[in-house]
Design a protein around this ligand. Sequence first.
Ligand SMILES: Nc1ncnc2c1ncn2[C@@H]1O[C@H](COP(=O)(O)OP(=O)(O)OP(=O)(O)O)[C@@H](O)[C@H]1O
Length: 951
Amino acid sequence: MSREPVRWGAAALREDGPPSNGAVPSNEPLRDRPGAPARSVPSLPVREVYAALNSSPRGLTPPEATARQARYGLNELPRVSRGHVWRRLVAQFTDLFAVVLIVSSAITFLAYALEQPRDPATLQLALAILGVVLLNAGIGFAQEYSAERTAESLQAMVPHTCRVLRSGDARDLPARELVPGDVVLLEAGDAVSADCRLVEAHEVAVNNAALTGESDAVARVPGPVPTGPPLEARNLVFMGTDVIAGTGKAVVCSTGTATEFGRIFRLTAAAPRQKTPLQRQVAAMARRVAGVALATGAVLFAVRAPGGQPFVDTFVFSLGVMVALVPEGLPATLSVSLAIGVRRMARRHALVKQLLAVEALGSTSVVCTDKTGTLTQAEMTVVQLWVNGVPHSVAGVGYAPVGEVSDAGPVRELLRTAALCSNARLVPPTGRDGWRVLGDTTEGALLVAAMKADLDPAAEESRTPRVAEHPFDSVRKLMSTVHRDLDGSCLAYVKGAPLELLARCDAVDREGAREPLTDVCRAEITAAADGMAGQGLRVLAVARRRVDSPHPTLGDTESGLTFLGLAGMYDPPRPEVRDAVDACRRAGIRIVMVTGDHPLTAEAVARRVGIVRGRAPSVVTGTQLDALDEGGLDALLASSTELLLCRVSPEHKMRVVTALQRLGEVVAVTGDGANDAPALKHADIGVAMGASGTDVAREAAVMVLLDDSFASITTAVGLGRSVYRNIRKFLIYLFSHNIAELVPILAATFAGFPLVPITAVQILAIDLGSDVLPALALGAEPMERDVMDSPPRPRRERLFSTAVMGRILFLGGIQALGVCAVFFWHIHASGLPYADFTKSDPVYREAITMVQAGIVVSQFFNSLAVRTDRQSVFRAGLLTNPWLLAAGCFGIGLMAAISYAPPLQTIFNTAPLAAADWAVLAAFGALLLAAEEARKWLLRRRGTPLEGETR
Ligand SMILES: Nc1ncnc2c1ncn2[C@@H]1O[C@H](COP(=O)(O)OP(=O)(O)OP(=O)(O)O)[C@@H](O)[C@H]1O
């Protein structure tokens, strides 16, 4: 069963009334509902539970379930509201930038009101600043809203199903379709989707942390308990909690908001969204730049105030420059870029639950991966059996029970035992789907093999019904079931990893006779198991014994066993994995295979998919890991390039992840089982399987693979790297033009020129007009082909590294030099002394138009230059990001309008430029590109990569 924290709706066991929907207070069957099973459910004996909830051991019929759904509504909780829309909008005006801008705008309005005569330019500036505030708030609000919607739609893509009995038929249904009275099947790793009363339980333990905060495992039993607070009833399991051990069957008592989880959910405020380190770095940088802006404003005021200019003029001017230099749209551009990354990953089957993962993915240096399902297709087929020293092959592929198996008695007995000791179910073909397995694929393969031998598992089960079970767990590596034999006695059937099982056998079956298991015999069986494993097969051993009671202890069930034989199953590798493994090699990412399987099986599969190429990979078992202290483990992990960890349990996985992180690695780890959750949480990127993983693993991971494939991890890493590169591109692009805006202002001030070379309104037109779209287009640059050709970015590398800062200064410096040159060239060409210039002077208007156009045109070339770090842009292809070209053309078009359209000329105090002026600016832009090309050429010649890149 699954948990979906955001979108549960309302439903409860109710005899009448409309379906509840979040807003309607729901009734609470386990509490006070009059006339309902309510409080009495936990105290009822099992057989009365069904009657009390109008259900039966075969579950509800589909029409009854539909009727109940109409009556009680879907099993969902209402959407979390992050506060009223207006409150969220107001919040946009309360961050530091917004407050600075609002105060600035207010002061400018005040200045306009006080100045004599009033200058329309002051009013324009005040309005422009206000416009910036509104625009910024609008972008922020829209971005937050869309991020929320993205998160919700991604959540909805993660499958949340539970196994339900309807008319006796087990089927996987979306958790939201559960209704009171439904009979659900639970097993370790499931998240519980509704409040339920257990009616059968085999060693069930749950984690009620979501409700109680206590993360210890608590045992659950099916029998009646005294009436009391629902959370204390040991036969109830609750929505939002996890089954961490055992298997069981339970009847749904309440759903949606009527559940205990729903009650708490209504009281819990949504957690605030955390900023990622990258967002924090950018915000810190933006604050620093804002500080520089503030200081510049103050310096300008101090220098200009004594110069005889009107006080208000100087003040408004300094304020305008300050506002213009604040990087207003930056945080929003960053979030949009991260969100684009998340969407791209989702399209490639990798759902990222936290933005944090997008950036961590880019620096992943080790991937610890499972084998079955991730590297292989998880389509097990039993291909070989080994009984009494004789190998038997099994024909047929996939789950279709068509093929041939020896009909020898001992072979049939092996398969019958294995099939009875399984919980999986085979589903016949429907529509376009072929034969499918519900449940564990290893067990599915055993059922198929049994059916190929003409055995009917259902008939066998009714002949010798199961009375008890010790579920499989990956530490014991065994599973056992107890069955009542025809004569009333009890038999235990056990299957599991050969070594573990053999250690619990003391006899071997020879055509029905029990013979002692000699050392020779043991060696023969081990050699046979190794032989199969060496071919890449997963090997299971099967055994049985008579037991005295229908409910023997684990120790009694799994000791003194009689060995029956071995089953070897083939699981073909996923075809796409080989290329993905190659990509990881090129990208300097180590792959460590972590599997519970046999070392020989692991090595054979690792060779097939290319993880192992050398002659002697390090193959280490869980027992060997246990013998290593921390130092030994570190040495092992640091020294082995090809490492396979076999026969390990999830606890080992956790230890290895911690050790790798200690060695400075950024670790991605895959997991599917409930007890993989700690390792998934601890890793830098926990990756859960969307198709086959348990709900608990999906909950603990930050990334969910919809197709379970290793190749999707590699793609996500590539996309993560590309997002990081793109962010760096637009930061260089945006911050370099700040220099081009600032330097001419400082130069004019210190040269004693009485006016500014570019006005605040012009700067705002660049920052919020011509620069926004190219920055977004850079943030959305397609993934470069060579993104996986370089080693991972070091964990501690800062976004604003020396190299990045150097590049900002280089590009910004060239731009600044250019615009200063065109400005003073215009001013000096007129021959007028500085003091004679006024705001309305045509030469001055032309000069400031040249400065603004100079920045816009050079930014166009700059946007092309920043696309590559070392490679020539001409080699990378000038036309490969058409959005960027379109955005650049839009910016130049806007600038032309500002230069030529009379109303805009009035607002911006600009003048029409001549064709020759544009030609000068274009030539100057081309010079910037040429200088960048020369710098890249030098870098390539020296072979120094920038931030670990090959370009
Ligand atoms: N359902 C089962 N019943 C009994 N034994 C099993 C079952 N599934 C697996 N085993 C045995 O336990 C061993 C460990 O299995 P486990 O599922 O823990 O490995 P895993 O780490 O998930 O493997 P992989 O890396 O292949 O996904 C297997 O090699 C097999 O011999």
